[in-house]
Design a protein around this ligand. Structure first.
Ligand SMILES: NC(=O)c1ccc[n+]([C@@H]2O[C@H](COP(=O)([O-])OP(=O)(O)OC[C@H]3O[C@@H](n4cnc5c(N)ncnc54)[C@H](OP(=O)(O)O)[C@@H]3O)[C@@H](O)[C@H]2O)c1
Length: 310
């Protein structure tokens, strides 16, 4: 099969298209023929070597956390899927990923692809959906009428977080570029603060929950808009200092796992029409380095770059 792989950490030039042997499914595993993968920010951060301490990988490494395709072969004892099923797959950074024509996954790391989606949309959904679901449902236990601030609402995770919080009956405020205001409103945001024009700390009423997908300076200033006793849920985007005690708030940095119940929850939300996948751009697998270049340059907005796999 063909795959995008790197043999050492480094810049874009380490990403190479290679021809390698097909993986074979063992007991409890399935072989999936991938139709699409998505490129997520951590793919380039891991590739560059900057996350070696936190997310070490075994080299050579095929990147890619999520994808979608067709089940080609079953290992012994598989009872979740049949040959020919359309499925979404997730892979951890430590494993070989989805920038490939085929992948072997444990049957607990696949889920039936929502019939409402095509392969590219499905590939864009899973990792961002799991992040939004773990942050807002599993970690924040978000309830109707809560006031939530979602930072980076025009990003892949932020967009799905807006959709989920809106669905749960919350009052949703989000930050994005002024040019993306209509886009985030269309996903369910009640109020929009343009980070390139306005200061989000100028809001009059503080929030119960802040979803911090930025870290750094945005994290530091977010304490000022959180109610005392409020909850800030953060993904590691840029380093930040925990000041929760000083402000009398709670901070959580959830671990993003891929347990079966989480991927099933995301697929169900898509099936129910709550999660509408956001695809920013489509490129052929051979142009994976262009996807990394765009992510590294901060040029990706309004969802994921999807890599189509012929
Ligand atoms: N386990 C973990 O710790 C974990 C897991 C998942 C993700 N993450 C991190 O979480 C971050 C978000 O992931 P993602 O996949 O959603 O990224 P993404 O799709 O690339 O989204 C980036 C978004 O950030 C927005 N943005 C840039 N500067 C901003 C600012 N000052 N205020 C508000 N928004 C701003 C941009 O909005 P505009 O387009 O409007 O400019 C852009 O849409 C990444 O850094 C990722 O590495 C960490």
């Amino acid at each position: 099969m063909r795959a995008i792989r790197y043999d050492s950490y480094g810049d874009l030039s380490v990403l190479k298209m290679v021809e390698i042997a097909d993986p074979r499914p063992g007991p409890g595993e399935v072989l999936v023929g991938l139709k699409a993968a998505s490129a997520i920010p951590a793919d380039w951060k891991v590739r560059s070597g900057m996350l070696q301490d936190m997310l070490p990988v075994t080299l050579p490494k095929i990147p890619g956390r999520d994808g979608a395709g067709i089940v080609l072969e079953l290992g012994d004892g598989v009872d979740y899927a049949s040959v020919g099923d359309a499925v979404c797959v997730v892979a951890q950074h430590a494993e070989d990923g989805t920038y490939a024509e085929k992948i072997v996954r444990d049957q607990d790391s696949i889920v039936a692809m929502p019939e409402t989606l095509e392969f590219g949309e499905a590939a864009s959904l899973m990792h961002a959906g799991i992040c939004a679901w773990i942050c807002l449902v599993e970690t924040a236990d978000l309830k109707a009428d809560a006031r939530i601030l979602v930072h980076a609402g025009a990003g892949a995770i932020g967009g799905l977080a807006i959709q989920l919080a809106h669905h749960l009956g919350c009052h949703v405020t989000t930050t994005c570029r002024a040019a993306n205001a209509d886009y985030v409103t269309g996903m369910g945001a009640d109020e929009v603060i343009a980070y390139d024009r306005d200061d989000f700390t100028a809001v009059e009423e503080p929030f119960d929950i802040v979803l911090d997908l930025m870290g750094g300076e945005v994290h530091r200033r977010s304490y000022d808009v959180l109610k005392r006793g409020g909850h800030m849920v953060c993904l590691r985007a840029a380093p930040f200092e925990d000041q929760s005690e000083r402000y009398g708030v709670r901070i959580s940095v959830p671990h993003i796992h891929d347990r079966k119940y989480a991927i099933e929850a995301v697929a169900k939300l898509a099936r129910d029409g709550v999660f509408r996948p956001q695809v920013a751009r489509r490129l052929p697998l051979a142009q994976a380095s262009e996807a990394h270049r765009m992510m590294e340059a901060g040029k990706v907005s309004r969802g994921r770059i999807v890599l189509d796999i012929a």
